[in-house]
Design a protein around this ligand. Structure first.
Ligand SMILES: NC(=O)C1=CN([C@@H]2O[C@H](COP(=O)(O)OP(=O)(O)OC[C@H]3O[C@@H](n4cnc5c(N)ncnc54)[C@H](OP(=O)(O)O)[C@@H]3O)[C@@H](O)[C@H]2O)C=CC1
Ligand SMILES: O=C(CO)COP(=O)(O)O
Length: 348
């Protein structure tokens, strides 16, 4: 029997992933909380707001009925923004039967206030023993490029390797390739933290900085992502993988990135509320910057670039002043993870 997959969230990424699964021959229910999308997706095969130029597969079906979407699903994939995960999971929790579906998500952020990763939110909200996973899908993958079948590689992570392998098989095709990883912490931190750095990359572009500066930001951004990640117990290798440097590269260089575009607009002098209002899609790095600011303090971990971006977003610091201050910091060795690597090796 064909697997049924429930995809929760019909924004850019949920729609494209659901469409890909239909192309892979699976039975897919795409859940949206917006009734306007139902005739659009089911009859005219479009998602006008999020993917205006993309024609969806004839067989893709959307529904606003969450119970119908998850009934009989072997995999339930959450693809709403990080700060909506908890409320959607609370609605799913009473609908889980004894079939133990795999719970997966493709969100890239950290929850405001709790500072939790998305898999931690799902584990906290969904009834224990009622699901397998959670499984995390991450990596360099803009929806617009997957929609045109650009070759794309991702990481699929879970401590339940069999669940990760099941999800891997469902998604793989001739343009979409996934690699398994068991380091959920490293994968989720890499995914969330790169969005903050991508805002910085866009800002540099908006201000007219050149390629040296952008390479500096990405490399030193990766250094501080790795510093915090290994400090918290992630496998350092994860940060040189697809969900680490891979996603950092695509998000810091692609015009499709909402985080990069938001940074670019800030660099050109737009105000943050205007930038967010014009975007009409989630810019995860904005709320994640706030969480990273708090997490770095809790963990006593130096995150100077992310902190600078936090100062720009939340304290009105001029970007040029932040850059000047970063350049004026005392000289340091390039690598400083010696002790924390020992810490991380306990996890590997
Ligand atoms: N776009 C991409 O290329 C990629 C995105 N991601 C990640 O996937 C996640 C989702 O992003 P993406 O699809 O791009 O976001 P979008 O902004 O494109 O779409 C968000 C979707 O979530 C819905 N939504 C928001 N809040 C709720 C809620 N409380 N209940 C139900 N639905 C809700 C929105 O509905 P409505 O329109 O009604 O508000 C919309 O359909 C993010 O964490 C992002 O980082 C990961 C990889 C690639
Ligand atoms: O994570 C992404 C690509 O891998 C999407 O990035 P944005 O949310 O910045 O568009």
């Amino acid at each position: 029997m064909t697997d049924k997959i429930a995809v929760l969230g019909a924004g850019s990424w949920g729609t494209v992933l659901a469409n890909l699964l239909v192309e892979n021959g699976l039975n897919v229910a795409l859940w949206t909380h917006n009734p306007k999308q139902i005739p659009e997706i089911n009859e005219t095969h479009h998602n006008q707001h999020y993917l205006p130029d993309f024609v969806l597969h004839d067989c893709l079906r959307a529904t606003t009925d969450l119970a119908a979407a998850v009934a009989g699903a072997t995999v339930i994939l959450f693809v709403v923004p990080t700060n909506a995960i908890r409320s959607v999971a609370e609605q799913v929790a009473p609908l889980l039967t004894d079939q133990q579906p795999i719970i997966a998500h493709a969100a890239k952020g950290l929850e405001l206030n709790t500072k939790l990763r998305v898999s931690q939110v799902l584990t906290a909200v969904l009834p224990k023993g009622a699901f397998r996973g959670p499984v995390v899908i991450s990596g360099p993958s803009h929806a617009e490029d997957v929609a045109t079948r650009d070759i794309t590689t991702l990481t699929v992570a879970s401590t339940d390797l069999q669940a990760a392998q099941t999800v891997q098989k469902l998604f793989m095709n001739d343009y979409f390739r996934l690699y398994t990883n068991t380091d959920v912490l490293g994968v989720e931190l890499g995914a969330a933290l790169k969005n903050v750095i991508a805002i910085g990359a866009g800002a540099l572009h908006g201000l007219g900085y050149g390629d040296n500066t952008k390479a500096a930001l990405m490399t030193r951004g990766l250094a501080e992502i790795t510093r915090l990640g290994t400090h918290m117990g992630a496998n350092p290798m994860t940060f040189i993988g697809l969900s680490g440097v891979g996603d950092l590269i695509v998000t810091c260089t692609s015009v499709h990135s909402r985080n990069w575009r938001a940074g670019n607009a800030l660099g050109q002098g737009e105000k943050l509320p205007d930038v967010l209002a014009h975007m009409g899609m989630v810019v995860e790095g904005v709320s994640t910057a706030k969480v990273v600011h708090e997490l770095a303090k809790d963990q006593d971990c130096d995150m100077p670039i992310s902190e600078g971006i936090y100062q720009v977003l939340y304290q009105g610091a001029p970007i040029k002043t932040v850059i000047t201050d970063l350049m004026a910091r005392e000289g340091k060795p390039e690598f400083d993870f010696g002790l924390t690597l020992q810490n991380a090796s306990k996890q590997v």
